[in-house]
Write a protein that binds this ligand. Sequence first.
Ligand SMILES: *Cc1c(COP(=O)(O)O)cnc(C)c1O
Length: 416
Amino acid sequence: MATAALTSRDTRIEYLIGREQRRQSRSLSLIPSENHVSEAVLRATGSVLTNKYSEGYPGRRYYEGQAVVDVIERIAIERACDLFGVDHANVQPYSGSPANLAVYLAFLEPGDTVMGMSLEAGGHLTHGWGVSATGRWFRPVRYGVRRDTGTVDMDEVRELALRERPKLIWCGGTAIPRMIDFAAFAEVAREVGALLAADVAHIAGLIAGGAHPSPVGHADVITTTTHKTLRGPRGAMIMCDARRAQAIDRAVFPGLQGGPHDHTTAAIAVALHEAAQPAFRDYAHAVVANARVLAEELAERGFDLVSGGTDNHLILIDLTAKGVTGGQAAEALDRAGLTCNRNTVPFDPRKPLDPSGIRLGTPAVTTRGMGPAEMVEIARCVDEVVDAARRGDEGSIERIRDRVSELAEAFPVPGT
Ligand SMILES: *Cc1c(COP(=O)(O)O)cnc(C)c1O
């Protein structure tokens, strides 16, 4: 019905949304930060709640007419607290990046030292990278991974922290294929008197489903997006204990934002409800199991996996030995209907826009119901496409495209 209404008003955008829907249906998203939300989440996102203004927090708003919105936001908060086992959750951040900025605003002054994982090693822009406001308004120091293992060296983290005395330490990132040792980071933070923020944007769904250890009890503040493995709408949450609740809430509003996106809040509540069901535990474990199979199959075909494999939903591949760049591989894979992204690898000699690697992930294909057998087929296709890209063999890529779209259409995208 909503689509019919849109057709009569704006045929161009309607046509383009339809095209995007077909693109998603006929291809496979191997982008580790993407997922397919349920029809219930889609409906909440597209609801009349988008019409409402509700600056403030439940019971303390600057606008009237909050009878419904207050209840919705309280439900979202309560579900977040129950699911993750925290005292307090702020569900208003517009997305992951502003959620992280709110943490700086809550606890740091401009010029304070912040320590985070370097972008090239797998960290996020908002953990103090130079082009980000967080790297310009604060003094960033960065840890990376060891060249020989491809994993974080906690001794290096500790040494750096002792030398630089950061006020805030970030753990977590966007291209980390291994488990994060939250307890070890907490120990370092305690030793240097820093606040520990765990950014679990990528792995929140795995944590909720019991497929990755939780930072609760270790990190002082936890930030997450809601649209990656958690499989909700585009948004974010900040979680903490009761002592830091007020500082976080004030930083989000009025510190950084105006009115919350109430339609997103409702959709977050729906996603949190879904994530609390037994089926979601199965999903989270299947995401990890699928990634493991995909990683093993790729390694067997001679792919060089950073850290040698994966513990989570994500695989980072250094393509140097395959004779193609990350960009060449990602573009060829996209032509074959396997959507992924180019990515720097640790100690990458190439530039971020033209790096040596690609990043693959299983959250979206697992949502479509795929299992180990499909992972084997995907690994086969990835291998053939990369080889074809190296040889400049467009004909082979076309033929693989047909195989991929057949596979994709056998596993429909929810809500289509
Ligand atoms: C995705 C991501 C973010 C940012 O989220 P946006 O919603 O894109 O702003 C922050 N931190 C990490 C670790 C992420 O993976």
